[in-house]
Write a protein that binds this ligand. Structure first.
Ligand code: GAR
Length: 191
């Protein structure tokens, strides 16, 4: 049977991209990452993609007339490479109807909070500011709303300290394991 093909979309550092690729390479995920899509030319994730030998497509949304236009280019690339699932990993952009229609129920996201609380780009800081003691991570199917869609997996950690860096590291560690679990569910149709 053909190994599943994944595309990862990211905008920043790419630690989740790396966790997914490493899991594919060492057999914890029975799939290959065939494309990295990045909407921030110069982002660190592109260096990681070079190191791990993943083809990458970096684009500047401002070079396109509309979201539909760049999503059509991306969707064609995904089709050409036989991508089965798209994993958003710190892709700080709403997914539009072109991708959602072509990859219906095949786009997932990871977010550093126990959704539906603390959506958005500053989830960890927002939760700290709110006085949260139980932090977490959520993977979910992607819909047209910010960090919205049906939840697949969640992981939690109790943290009562005040070191945001320590907390962020704890959350990232959960993310890297949770995404592997979720991708395995997807490729084995067990969600
Ligand atoms: C991760 O914490 C991910 O959950 C978050 O961006 C970070 C990317 O880190 N995503 C969101 O906030 C989505 N709303 P990484 O670039 O090191 O993988």
């Amino acid at each position: 049977m053909k190994r599943a093909c994944l595309a990862v979309f990211a905008s920043g550092s790419g630690s989740n991209y790396q966790a997914i690729v490493e899991a594919c390479k060492d057999g914890r995920i029975d799939a290959d990452v065939v494309l990295l899509v990045c909407d921030k030319p110069g982002a660190k994730v592109l260096e990681r993609a070079k190191i791990f030998g993943t083809e990458s497509f970096a684009f500047n949304p401002k070079d396109y007339a509309s979201r539909e236009e760049f999503e059509t280019v991306i969707a064609d690339m995904l089709d050409e490479r036989g991508v089965d699932y798209v994993c958003l990993a710190g892709y700080m952009r709403i997914v539009g109807k072109v991708l959602l229609e072509r990859y219906a129920q095949r786009i997932v996201n990871i977010h550093p909070s126990l959704l539906p609380s603390f959506k958005g780009a500053h989830a960890i800081q927002d939760a700290v500011d709110y006085g949260v003691k139980i932090f977490g991570v959520t993977t979910h199917f992607v819909d047209e709303t910010l960090d919205g869609g049906r939840i697949i997996d969640q992981g939690a950690v109790v943290y009562e300290g005040s070191d945001i860096e320590e907390l962020t590291n704890l959350i990232h560690n959960i993310e890297h394991k949770l995404y592997v679990k979720t991708i395995n569910k997807l490729i084995n149709n067990k969600y």
